[in-house]
Design a protein around this ligand. Structure first.
Ligand SMILES: Nc1ncnc2c1ncn2[C@@H]1O[C@H](COP(=O)(O)OP(=O)(O)O)[C@@H](O)[C@H]1O
Ligand SMILES: [Mg+2]
Length: 342
């Protein structure tokens, strides 16, 4: 009988901490975050603005500007990314992990045609002639649903709509056939119709390229439509994680429940999805003691301001960072909500 060697996940983030040294002292933007992404899996990282999602994504790629990984590790295929030399890291970043940002205008060069930029991306990673690269660039533009792709090669970024620019970014990301695509709020700047098209496109391409995706979003609606698993961030920590269907059906952290309550009902116009949770993520310098969410939590009791909850493991490969799940304390969140409301 063959021995089964467990395959490590493609990406494994272990107890990651990220610190920024500022003139007023050091702040910690990510405080011990762990999650993984398996081959061909889609994992969403969701949380309000300021919860550390982008910093985490940049830390994964070792692209922190002005910040540093102050604890934990990022493993790619079981290999510690921080231990790679610059050349090896460039190879991973270019050939194996690609990133798409929220604002394509800031990643595209306004001075060059989109064709030129896709060709450059292709030739950075592959030994192919300019002619072949141009041919492939046109194919990629067609694949990302760009109307009239051949003619579009000559367009400059400012001549395209927001949705078309995001399609170009996706084409550039696909140029290296990445095993993992990190997309940081790829549709936040787009209107709701284009958002749906781009999400569908990402899903289609992901299946075609058999790549994994780490999708960063503040929108539970996007999570519901795309992700196999979800990791909920609050104030630099993971507060809940699990399979999307489970978390959506039966959230185990009051913050997740609040995010879901704030979701606009399908079919209605996109409201400000998270406006319904009063207050905002606390600034890094004024992090509350105890549970970081307790100042906004409708279920909080005195202890929540004193004791910092751990991420409790729950059945079904889930976890939640809330005192409600302390052994001996357990009561389902829904019951807790009902009790509180009664
Ligand atoms: N260069 C930086 N210097 C200091 N603080 C930063 C820097 N970049 C991000 N932060 C802080 O880190 C926290 C998390 O930011 P970010 O990851 O951008 O949040 P999100 O993407 O979830 O909206 C925020 O409080 C932000 O102010
Ligand atoms: Mg962000």
């Amino acid at each position: 009988m063959p021995t089964t060697v467990p395959t490590p996940p493609l990406l494994q983030v272990e107890d990651l901490r990220v610190a920024f040294d500022t003139p007023d002292g050091t702040v910690e933007a990510v405080s011990g975050v762990s999650f993984s992404v398996g081959a061909q899996e889609t994992v969403a990282v969701v949380g309000e603005s300021g919860s550390g999602k982008t910093v985490t994504a940049l830390a994964v790629l070792q692209l922190l500007d002005g910040g540093r990984i102050s604890g934990g590790r990022v493993l790619w295929d079981g290999e510690d990314l921080a231990a790679l030399d610059r050349r090896a890291l460039r190879r991973v970043r270019g050939n194996e992990i690609a990133m798409i940002f929220q604002d394509p205008m800031s990643s595209l060069d306004p001075l060059y045609s989109v064709g030129h930029q896709i060709v450059e991306a292709l030739r950075l990673h592959r030994r192919i002639s300019k002619r072949e690269a141009r041919e492939r660039a046109a194919e990629l533009l067609e694949q990302v649903g760009m109307p009239d792709p051949r003619r579009r090669l000559a367009s400059f970024p400012h001549q395209l709509s927001g949705g078309q620019r995001q399609r170009v970014m996706i084409a550039i990301a696909l140029a290296c056939s990445p095993r993992l695509l990190i997309a940081d709020e790829p549709t936040t700047a787009l209107d709701v119709t284009i958002e749906a098209q781009i999400l569908e496109l990402l899903g289609d391409l992901q299946r075609e390229y058999r790549s994994a995706m780490l999708l960063v979003t503040h929108d539970m609606g996007v999570v519901a439509e795309t992700a196999d698993r979800v990791v909920v961030f609050y104030a630099g920590q993971v507060v809940e994680q699990g399979a999307t269907a489970d978390v959506l059906r039966d959230p185990q952290h009051p913050y997740t429940a609040a995010l879901l309550d704030a979701m606009p009902t399908p079919g209605t116009d996109r409201a400000q999805p998270l406006a319904a949770i009063p207050g905002s993520v606390p600034p890094l310098r004024a992090m509350p003691s105890g549970c970081r969410f307790h100042t906004r939590c409708t279920l909080a009791w005195d202890e929540c301001g004193r004791e910092e909850p751990v991420l409790h493991e729950l059945p079904g490969d889930r976890g939640a960072r809330c005192l409600l799940h302390r052994p001996g304390q357990e009561r389902p969140l829904r019951a807790a909500v009902t009790t509180k409301g009664a």
